[in-house]
Design a binder for this molecule. Structure first.
Ligand code: DHE
Length: 516
């Protein structure tokens, strides 16, 4: 991943963390950690009141930031500053310690998962009527990563309805139940939370791992599947109360284990599909035939894993409209990997590669979207390392156009009712810019710079596609509402580093212009 993202700040963050060998850590520093930090972050650094302090979990925190947090504390959290108790050298040593690989890697087994579960409100104990006035299908959840909150936003009036605290460092899209009443969040530290939108309450939480990638919710609303980096596992939960149904170790026939890159629901197949980062396989868990039963052992037996062995690794991916094909990125330059990045199209029916996509740089297919162009379906994807958006014909699988952009982009979004696709320049010098592409001409028709010097990224449309909402990723940030036709700004709401925003209708209807 590092080589893929050279151009990005993410990479510099990763490199700056510079994992220290456990052998370099003195026993005094270990004792210092146990005395000063373990009460909140746990003796094994797996997190408690405070987040996990393992190298995997700290990849996105630069070392100078870590020193600053230990010295001065973290605003709006229980983390206090230690400058009055520790010397600069001790703080530096502690920083080395938390970035070092533990001598014994902590585990997170079934009993840990079960023991972590918190139930605030049992299913059925809260009213079934929505406790506020709004179209339940045109609500947005906006994640504000700056201070670990989320805002429920009315998608008609653009008025915030409720702002609430989330777990530390949410990542990936929150996922809704099909009726839009509940939303599930995943944090990088492995917490899955269930929020009842109608009652504005967190009903249950469970920690599924030590470092989690993302979650998916089944089309029937019965299951939540979480994919982990640490430990190498998939965790299946009952969506009602977040109780554990089963934990699956992710490994190939030889016992080689793997991180999960991503899990998604495939509504057309009534299954979950997971991409494995370290093994050339994708896994499918079909829940369609599973019986509705209170017997979790029965349910677990009903969801066997189908392993599809590939001829190369597949990482970041999306489905075609019928959910028969997976279009994924092959990551370059890692052990055992064949070649530099390319795209592969794999049939979920036969398990065979159908086509190879000729893509430059590091396409971010997980952020790809599709639309009809001149009577055929095209797939468009931003690129994490080159300054272009690739547009691919989904019949011939040829790249029909590379649209030059002002820098590498992360998120691309549209709506079937909108003539435009929006793409950011997340990693470039021009990170303040967002391009608006005409889906008919495949030309950039407008470039906006709504907040000079600040990253502008991640668009989600209202249910009807009339408005597009964009984030300004800054502690002094904003959510900006645009008229999706005139491209004029309509409203600006102050927010604390808003990242993604998720519209109930678009997400539960698997709208073609958004992520799933
Ligand atoms: Fe994400 C979604 C992977 C870094 C913000 N990101 C996803 C998904 C994957 C992914 C697989 C889809 C999950 C889902 O929605 O169910 N992200 C990765 C990486 O591999 C990468 C590059 C490195 C890493 O550290 O994990 C990465 N991602 C980031 C960030 O640095 C971002 C910008 C800030 C952050 O919050 O950490 C970031 N990722 C997001 C967001 C989504 C996301 C906002 C949801 C997009 C959506 O609209 O669905």
């Amino acid at each position: 991943m590092r080589s893929l993202l050279k151009a990005s700040g993410i990479v510099s963050a990763l490199l700056l963390t510079g994992a220290v060998s456990a052998a370099d850590i003195s026993t005094e520093t270990e004792k210092l950690y146990q005395d000063q930090c373990a009460a909140c972050h746990q003796a094994e650094r797996v997190g408690g009141i405070g987040p996990a302090l393992l190298p995997q979990n700290l990849k996105r925190l630069r070392r100078p930031q870590a020193i600053d947090v230990i010295t001065n504390g973290r605003a709006a959290s229980q983390m206090e500053g230690f400058s009055d108790r520790l010397t600069e050298q001790q703080i530096s040593d502690l920083t080395d310690y938390i970035y070092s690989k533990p001598k014994v890697m902590p585990t997170w087994q079934e009993q840990d998962i079960r023991a972590s579960r918190i139930v605030n409100h049992t299913q059925g104990s809260l009213p079934d009527e929505m406790q506020f006035e709004a179209d339940p299908m045109n609500l947005f959840i906006v994640v504000e990563i700056g201070d670990h909150h989320a805002t429920l936003l009315n998608g008609d009036t653009f008025e915030p309805i409720h702002r609430f605290k989330t777990r530390f460092a949410l990542h990936g899209g929150p996922k809704f139940t099909p009726d839009g009443r509940y939303v599930f969040f995943a944090s990088r530290d492995g917490w899955v939370s269930k929020f009842d939108i109608y009652n504005l309450k967190v009903t249950a939480e469970i920690r599924v791992g030590l470092n989690t990638r993302n979650i998916a919710v089944s089309s029937d609303g019965r299951y939540v599947l979480a994919g982990n980096y640490l430990p190498h596992s998939l965790v299946l939960l009952d969506a009602n109360d977040l109780s554990l149904i089963k934990r699956i170790d992710v490994a190939d026939d030889s016992g080689k284990s793997s991180r999960i890159s991503a899990v998604y629901n495939a509504p057309g197949r009534s299954s979950f599909v997971a991409a494995l980062k370290d093994i050339p396989e994708i896994w499918e868990l079909a829940y369609g035939d599973s019986k509705v039963t209170a017997d979790t052992e029965q349910q677990a037996a009903d969801l066997p894993v189908r392993r599809i062995v590939l001829d190369d690794y597949l990482d970041d991916f999306l489905f075609n409209q019928s959910y028969e094909l997976v279009m994924g990125t092959t990551r370059p330059k890692q052990e055992g990997r064949k070649r530099s990045a390319e795209g592969q199209v794999v049939s979920l029916e036969s398990g065979e590669r159908q086509a190879t996509l000729d893509l430059a740089g590091m396409p971010h297919l997980g952020s790809g979207i599709t639309w009809d162009y001149n009577g055929r379906r095209v797939l468009a994807t931003p690129n994490l390392s080159t300054s272009e958006v690739s547009v691919i014909d989904m019949e011939s699988w040829e790249t029909i156009k590379n649209i030059p952009t002002e820098g590498p982009g992360f998120f691309m979004r549209s709506h079937k009712n909108s003539p435009y696709a929006w793409v950011d320049v997340f990693f470039g010098k021009e990170k303040e810019a967002v391009h608006i592409i005409d889906k008919k001409s495949l030309e950039i028709v407008k470039t906006i710079r709504p907040a000079p010097g600040k990253v502008a990224a991640h668009v989600e449309f209202t249910k009807d596609g009339r408005y597009a909402l964009l984030s300004i990723w800054d502690m002094d940030g904003a959510l900006i509402v645009y008229d999706a036709k005139t491209l004029e700004e309509v409203k600006r709401l102050p927010m604390v580093k808003p990242s993604g925003k998720y519209n109930v209708w678009n997400k539960t209807r698997y709208e073609e212009g958004t992520s799933h």
